[in-house]
Design a protein around this ligand. Structure first.
Ligand SMILES: [Ca+2]
Length: 427
């Protein structure tokens, strides 16, 4: 253990004790909530989420998911590696490929379980897990999980979930998946509060058509599409050919409006889930010794840069996701603009737990950032989006990605900027 790490752990322990006198704070609990396809523009409209997380925690405003796609992002979260090092850069057969590559043998779950944590996953594991297109069985439980409630419960009512190796099917007239996940998480907390806990809570309901809980249907019936400065970008002459070939998108497209509104509605049951988890932690007297992290696996575009309804692009709206952490010693209502990525989560959580990480990780601990330190600037991971049609367009895409660090919303390509030549890929 390096001196720097020892000092950081000592400082964090001090912060914990200051924030929660009397609490068993040496090994804090961690709840990681990973939502699906939720963009910055979405969370701005979710009042209870703002109250439960953003006003009580520290926001990472430049939190990037370099592949901007579900599967690669979720593997990066569990492994602490960027997609170009996990080898997972698409959604194709993610679950079985991860297993075949042996990536499940060493994840955030195994690191924490080996250190004595009670670990549990609730909800979406990896794309194609247990689906007909993927040979990985629904009964598969990866190593490292004390309890396992994995599946891909993203179609709303009528879904399946693997309960510790046994598949449970919920009927269409049964509960909404997020309510099931909430109850399972609360039960886990009640049964394991005596030891340090790690909960990976992954409601997938905001993906795709995002069918909300019945009680939330129509709650955002008047919501308009987000229309920031990049919406229907007027001048695309400096963009790659595939962007230049796009026509302006209508702001009142019925299908996109419905998808956006459903996504917001589906997030209301995620708010309910989060409230249930907070209440369960509070009931057990461990809320003050628990870190809660909320993050999306990728962002989403509704017409920004003329892109109709998509992710997996090199633009801010898909790359940068809502990310916030609250817990003992973490300043409330603060926003940080330092670049962070999904590969940092596993390393950060291990750091909070005082657990060593394997040498293969790419991520860095964000604990110094939360403490107020400002580490050296980072270079964004290499862009892999939308296969460029020429080397020149490839450079242009990279330049567009990296320019992001300069402004919240960038509409001008950096491709003709000489400084782009100084940009370089990571590892
Ligand atoms: Ca996603």
């Amino acid at each position: 253990m390096t001196l720097d790490r020892v000092l950081r752990l000592v400082a964090l322990a001090a912060a914990l004790l200051l924030a929660a006198p009397g609490a068993a704070a040496v090994r804090p609990n961690v709840v990681l909530v990973v939502v699906d396809d939720v963009a910055h523009a979405d969370v701005a409209r979710l009042d209870r989420l703002q109250e439960m997380m953003f006003r009580t925690g520290t926001e990472l405003r430049r939190f990037a998911t370099p592949d901007a796609l579900c599967g690669p992002s979720r593997v990066s979260i569990l492994r602490g590696q960027h997609g170009h090092n996990t080898g997972i850069t698409t959604n194709r057969r993610v679950a079985s490929t991860v297993r075949a590559l042996g990536l499940e043998a060493s994840t955030l779950a195994t690191w924490l379980a080996d250190a004595g944590y009670a670990t549990a996953l609730f909800g979406k594991y990896l794309n194609a897990y247990g689906r007909g297109s993927d040979p990985l069985a629904r009964t598969h439980v990866p190593p490292g999980w004390t309890e396992w409630y994995g599946g891909v419960p993203r179609r709303g009512y009528g879904f399946w979930l693997n309960h510790n190796g046994s598949v449970v099917t919920y009927p269409v007239d049964g509960p909404h998946p997020n309510d099931v996940l909430a109850d399972l998480a609360a039960s886990f907390i009640a049964r394991h509060a005596e030891q340090p806990m790690f909960l990976y809570v992954a409601p997938g309901s905001s993906h795709g058509d995002a069918p909300p809980a019945h009680r939330h249907e129509g709650a955002f019936r008047d919501a308009a599409l987000p229309q920031g400065p990049s919406f229907n970008e007027e001048d695309v002459s400096d963009k790659p050919a595939w962007i230049r070939g796009l026509v302006p998108q209508p702001a009142d497209h019925p299908g996109r409006l419905e998808r956006h509104r459903n996504r917001l509605c589906s997030m209301l049951s995620v708010e309910d889930l989060l409230a249930t988890v907070l209440r369960a932690l509070s009931d057990q007297g461990v809320l003050d010794s628990t870190y809660l992290i909320f993050v999306s696996d990728n962002g989403y575009q509704y017409g920004e840069h003329r892109i109709r309804a998509s992710k997996a692009t090199a633009y801010d709206e898909a790359l940068l996701v809502p990310a916030v952490i609250r817990g003992p010693g973490v300043p409330a209502g603060v926003a940080i603009d330092h670049l962070a990525t999904n590969a940092d989560l596993a390393v950060t959580i291990a750091d909070l737990a005082g657990v060593a990480v394997p040498s293969f990780v790419d991520g860095r601990s964000l604990v110094p950032l939360l403490r107020g330190d400002r580490p050296e600037p980072r270079v964004a991971p290499r862009d892999r989006h939308r296969a460029p049609r020429s080397a020149a367009e490839g450079r242009r895409s990279v330049a567009e990605l990296l320019r992001r660090a300069a402004r919240p919303v960038e509409v001008r390509s950096l491709s003709r900027d000489r400084r782009a030549g100084a940009l370089r890929p990571v590892r």
